[in-house]
Design a protein around this ligand. Structure first.
Ligand code: PMP
Length: 428
């Protein structure tokens, strides 16, 4: 498959855009480097690159595109919004409609604010939690990604429960000192950290089902411990549902799993493919936010009619009957196909899946923590990624990312993908 035009565009992009990409995960750095694929058009489950090659899309733009690209109902909502002016700087009725839809689906979000990205949503949850509790530290779990605000770009040091070390240049150690990182699915390390620092902890931040080192569900008892210990220490629990909300069913993963966090951050899917974020939680916590309370948060673009109307249209599609059954059915078909191909070719592979989201790891050990993914074979993943790309199947370019199935994918797409996996495994 020729990608000459992409290679040319990459050269041009490198000259004017730092690294040639506007988000590092779009580069092919994690799969051996070289030009990423420049897309020009997308429809349903497919996109087409600048050389005219077609790909089945399992990236779904890192999560948001659950309805498939250019879904007619969402396109119509965006066109109507554009024709009526995209930004007012005043409140609109659409915001009320959408906030009500979200609260109905995720009842723990008693009061809601719209922002522009998942990063903003999480960053603001932390600020509000600090305002509410009067404490400064936060606890997070290794490998969970929560956007690029300073506090959450902090990794674990060595040892099971440690104060953080900055994950990026430009983040002072003084900020990292307020972050405690423990392994996901490790209730003991978490309880140990809370025993030591719990009375200084404003909030525990967690992806209820991990979507940032593939797909990793919580083990039985893990989230119970997160909630119980946080409550005992007077710390809030923040669920980062930027990936998980409306991904597995109509609502949050919290509703699927039976938990009610104090605060929730949303993004991705709820914008129907346009930029959005939202955060919300218990009424008395959210009433800390300006203009009601002393915690400041604002946004020129927040709640803009185009994003809001795209989000409403997206949720309207998602609440149709059969939507999540379709995603689950295709997800199972894909998982079984990949596993069968792996055993046919004797390739050690783990497939983690929740409904229509899955991850394929080149390892013979179950994947339940970040360290398990780190230990999986990245070189083999990179070869697999290229072999799939050349067969017109676009996976996220990193062993840490999930595959997402959309409403637009068909059984034929999955069958083709499984054949492509089989051919790729034969060459690994
Ligand atoms: N939280 C989670 C769980 C995410 O996966 C992401 C993005 N991948 C973010 C927050 C940040 O969202 P955004 O990129 O919209 O700022």
């Amino acid at each position: 498959m020729e990608r000459l035009r992409s290679a040319q565009l990459y050269e041009q992009a490198l000259d004017v855009i730092v690294g040639g990409v506007n988000s590092p995960s779009r580069s092919f750095q994690a799969v051996g480097g070289g030009p990423p694929v420049f897309m020009v058009r997308a429809q349903g489950a497919y996109f087409w690159d600048a050389d005219g090659n077609r790909y089945i899309d399992y990236l779904a733009a890192f999560g948001p595109i659950i309805c498939g690209h250019a879904h007619p109902h969402i396109v119509q909502a965006i066109c109507e919004a554009a024709q009526n002016g995209t930004l007012y700087g005043t409140p609109t009725e659409w915001e009320i409609t959408f906030a009500r839809m979200l609260r109905e689906a995720i009842p723990s979000m008693e009061k809601i604010r719209f922002v522009n990205s998942g990063t903003e949503a999480v960053m603001t949850c932390i600020r509000v939690a600090r305002a509410y509790t009067g404490r400064t530290k936060i606890v997070k779990f290794a490998g969970c990604y929560h956007g690029h605000s300073d506090l959450v770009l902090v990794a674990a040091g060595s040892g099971p429960a440690t104060l953080g070390i900055p994950d990026s240049a430009g983040i002072p150690q003084s900020i990292a000192n307020d972050v405690i990182t423990v392994p996901y699915n490790d209730p003991y390390a978490y309880a140990e950290a809370m025993a030591r620092w719990g009375d200084e902890v404003a909030a525990v931040l967690v992806e209820p089902i991990v979507g940032n080192f593939g797909i990793v569900p919580p083990e039985p008892g893990f989230l119970e411990t997160v909630h119980r210990v946080a409550k005992n220490c007077g710390a809030l629990v923040i669920y980062d549902e930027v990936i998980t909300a409306f991904r597995f069913h109509y609502g949050g993963a919290q509703d699927l799993l039976g938990f009610a966090p104090d605060m929730t951050a949303l993004g991705k899917i709820i914008g129907g493919g346009l930029p959005i974020g939202a955060y919300g939680g218990r009424r008395e916590i959210m009433e800390q936010v300006a203009p009601l309370g002393p915690a400041y948060q604002a946004g020129t673009m927040a709640g803009n009619p185009a994003s809001i109307r795209a989000g409403i249209a997206c949720l309207e599609v998602l609440r149709e009957p059969g939507v999540y059954e379709h995603l689950d059915r295709l997800g199972r078909m894909l998982q079984e196909g990949i596993e069968a191909a792996a055993s046919r070719h004797g390739i050690p592979v783990q497939v983690n899946r929740v409904k229509g989201a899955l991850a394929v790891y080149f390892t013979d050990r179950p994947v339940r923590q970040y360290a398990d993914v780190q230990a999986s074979d990245g070189k083999r993943f990179a070869r697999f990624f290229r072999l799939m790309l050349d067969q017109g199947v676009y996976l996220a370019p990193s062993k840490y990312e999930a595959w997402f199935i959309t409403l637009a994918h068909t059984e034929d797409d999955i069958a083709y993908t499984v054949e492509a996996v089989d051919r790729a495994f034969a060459q690994l």
